[in-house]
Design a protein around this ligand. Structure first.
Ligand code: MLT
Length: 404
């Protein structure tokens, strides 16, 4: 939905209570002041007046997450969540400017009324300003989903296809599929902690990633999507099935596995976390590179090496440590496989060393509806290494998926 750029406002001591926190009544005023400021900078503070209606508050709920103190500068945005025929739902977030921490969130419902207080249909000008943004050609959208904002590339129209990248990669892993899978609304987010998404500390698990994506689908007004996940993206797809099964309309598992980490695998996550803390996300990408790209790709497509390094460099340190923690602690998804009752496609690079083809064979055998294809001369990043082959396979699979 439409999102308006944040405005900044300072907390003054006279607004605070005996404990020195911004008090409750003042908080509502801060949100209200920011709303009017956003209107004044955008469509004009007289937007409602000039259209002969008034936005009357029907309900307001504030979640107070952390205290705001005198001198704090708050960055407050506003996002339209829903437009009714006579109503408007808005979410506003107050983020502390110095460290990006979310302090409070307001959910507020307005009814547009006339001078007598009778509900009036939203005038066309107001509806068009607050209407959902269309994504006909492809755009980067950014949405608040709980305690973070996620950026996603969204392209095309049609039923939704959610493309979840692996670690330590970003949404551009799917560039070919985003560009070519016409007839589908391709939604490729950067996961929390990656790219220009914020990277909070200690807030990562497969459940958190899955909930972020379910909220992102809400924001994009998507009920159900075919979910494609590569490697860690596959672990997240399994978690979406566990937590939000009704949102998953089909499944594409690429270079991934269902089992949990072994003791040895868990220990190597700790080593990687140490590396990330000491030398940064780039060093983790560098260490993993020889096993991310297949040996043929490394020889024949050396230009992909810097591309993968760039993706790794876009992660924040908390994001890398968080992803490694989430992968280390992820549950075994093997028992889930036999319960999968949506169309499923399993794709694996023949030279994938991180999640070798045998694992994909076992997964495919366990999923009642699954078919599997191996991609020759590709490693762990098949959609990037053999983009046309993977896109063609996905297109054929999507063709056969019943429309939601
Ligand atoms: C990935 O590609 O997402 C990771 O390599 C998966 C993993 O390390 O388990």
């Amino acid at each position: 939905m439409s999102q308006f750029p944040p405005v900044e406002t300072t907390v003054y001591s006279y607004e605070c209570d005996a404990f020195g926190h911004l008090n409750q009544a003042a908080y509502l005023q801060v949100f209200e002041r920011a709303r009017w400021e956003i209107l004044a900078r955008g469509p004009g503070a007289d937007l409602f007046d000039r259209n002969g209606v008034w936005p009357a508050v029907r309900r307001a709920t504030v979640d107070y997450l952390l205290p705001a103190m005198p001198g704090d500068v708050l960055s407050v945005d506003a996002e339209v969540e829903r437009l009714g025929s006579t109503s408007l739902e808005l979410r506003q977030r107050a983020v502390r400017a110095r460290d990006g921490k979310l302090l409070a969130e307001l959910h507020i419902v307005f009814v547009t009324v006339d001078k007598e207080g009778k509900p009036k249909p939203l005038p066309a000008e107001i509806a068009s300003i607050f209407a959902p943004r269309q994504s006909r050609v492809g755009e980067l959208v950014r949405h608040g989903v709980g305690d973070v904002s996620l950026t996603a590339e969204v392209r095309g129209d049609g039923p939704a296809l959610l493309l979840i990248h692996g670690f330590p990669l970003d949404h551009s892993l799917w560039a070919h599929q985003i560009a070519t899978l016409k007839g589908w609304r391709r939604i490729a987010p950067d996961l929390r902690g990656c790219g220009d998404a914020q990277g909070p500390e200690n807030a990562y698990s497969m459940a958190t990633y899955a909930d972020d994506l379910a909220r992102l689908l809400d924001k994009l007004q998507v009920n159900r999507a075919v979910v494609a996940g590569l490697s860690m993206g596959g672990y997240i797809a399994f978690e979406l099935l566990r937590r939000h099964r009704d949102r998953v309309h089909g499944l594409i598992l690429v270079d991934t596995r269902a089992d949990a980490d072994t003791a040895e695998g868990r220990a190597s996550r700790e080593t990687m976390m140490e590396l990330a803390r000491k030398e940064g996300p780039g060093a983790v990408g560098e260490r993993m590179l020889p096993r991310l790209l297949g040996r043929t790709t490394q020889r024949t497509q050396p230009h992909l090496v810097p591309q993968v390094k760039q993706m790794a460099a876009r992660w924040s340190v908390p994001g890398v440590v968080g992803a490694l923690t989430a992968m280390r602690d992820r549950p075994d998804s093997t028992p889930l496989l036999q319960t999968i009752d949506v169309p499923a496609l399993v794709v694996v690079g023949q030279e994938d060393e991180l999640t070798p083809p045998d694992l994909s064979r076992a997964m495919t055998a366990a999923i009642p509806s699954a078919a599997m294809t191996t991609i020759a001369a590709a490693g762990h990043l098949a959609p990037l290494e053999a983009p046309s082959a993977v896109s063609r396979l996905m297109a054929e699979f999507l063709e056969a998926v019943p429309r939601p």
